[in-house]
Design a protein around this ligand. Structure first.
Ligand code: PGA
Length: 244
């Protein structure tokens, strides 16, 4: 069971040009400044907006994160961004191993593991994503798949203060579908048994203001990783307030 404050993360994915991205950040910062949020808040804009969003949210208490990183500190990796660069741009967190990268970019557990280690090297919190496909769940393999992902992508000597695990069933992302609460509880329980005590475990996949209350009131769920609904300030705020 979580004894700590919950965490709600906005993963903007590849959305936001300067004008609308900064307007969104301004709205969220205004909400978080006007009333104390019921949880910790983190927003992860696209790389092009990280520094500018960081300036907008400065002083609001909202944390800033990247959506991905390269494992190396620097070098000939055209198009990539290192954790040192993310930190330099104001990030305290980085999402790693999102299923959209595992699937579309072929990221392996070993690569994800190296990215988590890189995040820790730079002192960033790694938000490590794991989750099964629909076929894997239907085959009764969800727990085994996630256990294998965790075993493969979590470096030894996990730094609990720098680790957040996000359980995101691939079939629930952007689909409007969510697992049953019992299935989420079961998975979070299993994940908790395999990671250092005290690390937060978030749920992600079609979290919205309507379902946030029942999800975030559960002791097994330490917060949410929110995609689509994080692009509207009011929805993102309503989700975060469901932690109260
Ligand atoms: P969604 O995305 O909230 O749009 O389902 C979640 C995620 O991919 O992190």
């Amino acid at each position: 069971m979580a004894a700590h404050r919950k965490l709600v993360v906005g993963n903007w994915k590849m959305n936001g040009l300067r004008a609308d991205g900064l307007a969104l950040a301004r709205e969220i910062a205004a909400l978080a400044t006007a009333a104390a949020p019921a949880c910790d808040l983190l927003i992860c804009p696209p790389s092009t907006l990280i520094a500018a969003v960081g300036e907008v949210i400065a002083g609001s208490g909202i944390a800033l994160g990247g959506q991905n990183c390269h494992a190396a500190e620097k070098g000939a990796y055209t198009g990539d961004v290192s954790v040192e660069m993310l930190k330099d741009a104001g990030c305290s967190h980085v999402i790693v191993g999102h299923s959209e990268r595992r699937q579309a970019c072929g990221e392996t557990d070993a690569e994800v593991r190296a990215k988590v280690a890189a995040a820790w090297r730079a002192g960033l919190v790694a938000v490590l994503c794991v989750g099964e496909t629909r076929a894997e769940r239907e085959a009764g393999r969800a727990l085994a798949v996630v256990a294998a992902q965790l075993a493969g992508s979590l470096p030894d000597g996990a730094d609990v203060a720098r680790l957040v695990v996000a359980y995101e069933p691939v079939w629930a992302i952007g689909t409007g579908l969510t697992p049953t609460l019992a299935d989420i509880d079961e998975m979070h329980h299993a994940i908790r048994a395999g990671i250092p005590a005290g690390a937060r475990i978030l749920y992600g996949g079609s979290v919205n203001p309507k379902n946030a209350g029942e999800l975030l009131s559960r002791g097994e769920i330490d917060g949410a990783l929110v995609g689509g609904a994080s692009l509207k300030a009011d929805d993102f705020w309503a989700i975060s307030q469901a932690c109260g």
